[in-house]
Design a protein around this ligand. Structure first.
Ligand code: NAD
Length: 303
């Protein structure tokens, strides 16, 4: 099969899946889709982002999301509130955005201050605007295989695996981590692709042995370089979701150099899954904007 240019072969080592370049390609397709959709809607698709408090990492994420939304020709509305905001006032803000016909997608940046119950806030989001795919309604649709908005990070993982390996039917996939944000939806999305999926977690026995059976390995534990080279099945596609802060910068959950000697394909950290997450957020915003008006969903992810 011919692979896209963002998958870069290396002599004797795993090909690098360049998530930054892949995300740029998706962003460009979203921009085309957004322009076409704007013609039908009479306005640009619109994403509202809510940031509570002044966590520096969240501030960087939100600024990146706003920049990329606008660069893709969509409107970005930023709602910044102090860390002292009450849960009731945050839910009231979400409800105002639900009712605003000019808003297609709502994202509440996590983590929220400790006095706010994040689950209650997420559940206040209209599922039609749930571009993070985190409401119970979206999760239920994913389990049922019904159309709906899917969580961004695992959607990016599965899309990259398909670009690297083609049809994923019958492949063994191991997902490390069972969070609602990444691990669980990654397992369900891989199942949807007809993989045989094992969902591993902190109580899993013989994790290394399990990983050695994986044609696709998704590492989302948040443990720096936990996955060693000899855990990797020769030729496997390794998707490293982990973001750990080390002395030299960001480090993934996979020991990259070691794993590169065994894997067929690997995502780096940074520059792998991270940029794909925002690309999928833009895709979801476009999708939500179209679906809310019963318009055809722009097909960004096929091919
Ligand atoms: P989380 O803490 O909610 O979940 C971690 C999961 O890993 C848990 O299910 C736990 O059982 C499992 N785990 C922990 N230690 C383990 C071990 N030793 N062996 C096996 N399993 C173990 O984290 P999360 O929100 O799912 O995020 C996971 C990682 O992905 C973090 O590093 C996070 O920063 C990163 N992340 C990256 C992106 C991105 O866009 N690249 C998005 C979300 C999360």
């Amino acid at each position: 099969m011919t692979r896209p240019a963002f998958i870069r072969p290396r002599e004797g080592l795993a090909a690098i899946i360049d998530g930054k370049a892949a995300a740029a390609a998706i962003d460009a397709r979203v921009a085309q889709g957004a322009q076409a959709l704007a013609g039908q809607l009479g306005r640009k698709p619109c994403l509202a982002v809510v940031l509570v408090g002044d966590d520096p990492a969240s501030d960087v994420y939100v600024r990146n999301k706003v920049r990329r939304t606008e660069a893709a020709g969509m409107t970005s509305l930023e709602h910044r509130r102090p860390a002292s905001l009450s849960e009731a006032d945050l839910i009231a803000l979400v409800k105002t955005l639900n009712a605003d016909d000019g808003v297609d997608g709502i994202l509440v940046q996590m983590p929220l201050p400790a006095h706010i119950d994040a689950r209650r806030v997420v559940e206040a989001i209209d599922p039609a605007k749930d571009v993070d795919g985190l409401t119970a309604a979206s999760a239920g649709r994913l389990v049922l295989g019904a159309p709906g908005l899917r969580p961004c990070t695992p959607t990016g993982c599965v899309w990259l695996a398909r670009q690297a390996l083609g049809d994923l039917s019958g492949l063994n996939a191991v997902v490390i981590g069972r969070s609602i944000l990444v691990g669980k939806p990654a397992a369900l999305l891989l199942l949807e692709q007809n993989c045989t999926v094992t969902l591993a977690h902190s109580r899993t026995r013989d994790l290394a042995g399990l990983c050695r059976s994986a044609d696709i390995l998704v590492a989302a534990a948040g443990r720096a370089e936990m996955v060693r080279g000899d855990w990797i099945k020769p030729g496997a596609c390794v998707l490293d979701v982990g973001i750990n802060r080390g002395e030299t910068g960001l480090i993934g959950d996979v020991a990259f150099e070691e794993a590169s000697r065994h894997a067929g394909f690997i995502t780096p950290v940074p520059g792998g899954i991270g940029p794909m997450t925002i690309a999928m957020l833009l895709v979801n915003t476009l999708d939500a904007a179209a679906a809310r008006r019963d318009l055809a969903r722009p097909d960004i992810l096929s091919g």
